[in-house]
Write a new protein. Structure first.
Ligand SMILES: NC(=O)c1ccc[n+]([C@@H]2O[C@H](COP(=O)([O-])OP(=O)(O)OC[C@H]3O[C@@H](n4cnc5c(N)ncnc54)[C@H](O)[C@@H]3O)[C@@H](O)[C@H]2O)c1
Length: 256
């Protein structure tokens, strides 16, 4: 799939990894719709990047709102060729903390709702829109790139909810790719390590330093532009399908 001249929807595009992806796509000549609940920063991207970018206030867990953001992309570019789904939240909490307080069930449900149900909601509605596309000479109609986390594989204490939600994203990658192959729609998942974004900055300086020390090479946190560069390659390389790619400097999380 070509980036230049294509139209993409980037959920979570108002910040962090999604924001870097919006920038990469716009700078490479694509049209981009940011679908996010964060209006202020999303509108800031539109002001900065100009007429190639539009903002659609969207909660990824809402069917009508995601559908409306897809309609915005169709109005904007005539067709939707790619979705990069970066919207997500962290829900750190012990199952049973040191004071004996149990993990609230509604917090667990919220993490699953936003990270896993939201991913599925965006994927299914985007696939419907992409199915209408005229296929490329390779027979390709679209590409969907979802975002998991290395916590799907080596989740730490306090990440039961987050890890479960991201493991769900990993788990649906292959069945989605298998089903949508008939339509020429690829489904890929990126599993980032620790990246320098507002989400990662939510943890304390001490935790960030210890996370940085875990990286083998390079011994630093990931840059959002490096995530965006991988997304660019996934969009362009039609052989990438049904796979989960870790981008993490070979970090493997210890138990605590
Ligand atoms: N930063 C990291 O180290 C890291 C590591 C692994 C995985 N990830 C994953 O990457 C993705 C992007 O994370 P980030 O670091 O850029 O975080 P971020 O907090 O900078 O950005 C997340 C964006 O998602 C939006 N969002 C949250 N809930 C939403 C909802 N219901 N509907 C629409 N938008 C919503 C937020 O408003 C925000 O703009 C997330 O899925 C996260 O779990 C991040």
């Amino acid at each position: 799939m070509q980036v230049e001249g294509s139209t993409f929807l980037v959920t979570g595009g108002s910040s962090g990894l999604g924001g870097a992806t919006v920038r990469m796509l716009a700078e490479r000549g694509a049209k981009v719709v940011i679908a996010d609940i964060n209006r202020e920063d999303g509108v800031g991207f539109v002001a900065e990047l100009g007429e190639r970018v539009r903002f659609a206030l969207t909660d990824v867990t809402s069917e009508p709102q995601v559908q409306a953001s897809i309609e915005t992309a169709l109005d904007f570019g005539g067709s939707l060729l790619g979705v990069i789904h970066c919207a997500g939240i962290v829900t750190p909490r012990r199952v049973l903390d040191k004071d004996g307080i149990v993990h609230p069930l509604d917090l667990f449900a919220k993490g699953i709702q936003v990270n896993l149900v939201g991913t599925f909601n965006v994927t299914r509605l985007a696939a419907k829109a992409m199915a209408q596309n005229v296929p490329t000479s390779e027979g390709e109609r679209g590409v969907i790139v979802n975002t998991a986390s290395i916590a799907a594989f080596d989740g730490q204490i306090g990440q039961a909810c987050y890890s479960a939600s991201k493991a769900g994203v990993v788990g649906m990658t292959l069945p989605l790719a298998r089903e949508l192959a008939r339509l020429g729609i690829r489904v890929m998942t990126v599993a980032p390590g620790v990246f320098e974004t507002p989400m990662a900055l939510e943890v304390s300086e001490a935790v960030r330093e210890s996370l940085t020390r875990l990286a083998l090479f390079p011994a630093r946190l990931g840059r959002p532009s490096e995530f965006a560069a991988l997304v660019g390659q996934i969009i362009e390389n039609v052989m990438l399908n049904g796979e989960v790619i870790r981008i993490d400097g070979a970090v493997r999380m210890p138990p605590r």
